[in-house]
Design a protein around this ligand. Structure first.
Ligand SMILES: [Zn+2]
Length: 123
């Protein structure tokens, strides 16, 4: 099993909004919380919405269709993983072509999930 160097060790190594791994900080000053100005902005918008709705900082209002869209993409990815797992674990060796198609499908199923981003909704 290959290990990714990008795997974070702790939650504080990630952007508070998009959860991407933050680049290691050098020098003095406060630790970074966001990977970009856009993420800082979305987090601020979300906290404003939370205040308006008297929610806690850990609650977020998102549009149902956005959430359903993300769930659909996750479902497609889980189907791809199941198929690839089946091909990889099968006793008869999968052909190179099969494995290439598996990888292609896995990537095509994962990319939309990676590109997804839930945003706080305006009232
Ligand atoms: Zn971010």
């Amino acid at each position: 099993m290959m290990k990714s160097d990008k795997r974070p060790d702790k939650a504080s190594d990630r952007c508070r909004w998009c959860r991407r791994v933050l680049a290691a900080k050098t020098g003095p000053g406060r630790p970074r919380e966001f990977c970009s100005q856009a993420c800082r902005q979305w987090d601020w918008v979300a906290s404003q919405r939370s205040k308006e709705l008297a929610l806690t900082e850990n609650e977020l209002v998102v549009a149902r269709d956005e959430l359903d869209d993300l769930k659909d993409k996750i479902y497609v990815l889980s189907c791809a993983i199941e198929d690839v797992r089946s091909d990889v674990s099968t006793k008869s060796r999968a052909t190179r072509e099969t494995l290439q198609e598996d990888l292609k499908w896995l990537i095509e199923s994962a990319e939309p999930v990676i590109a997804s981003d839930l945003r706080p909704q305006a009232l």
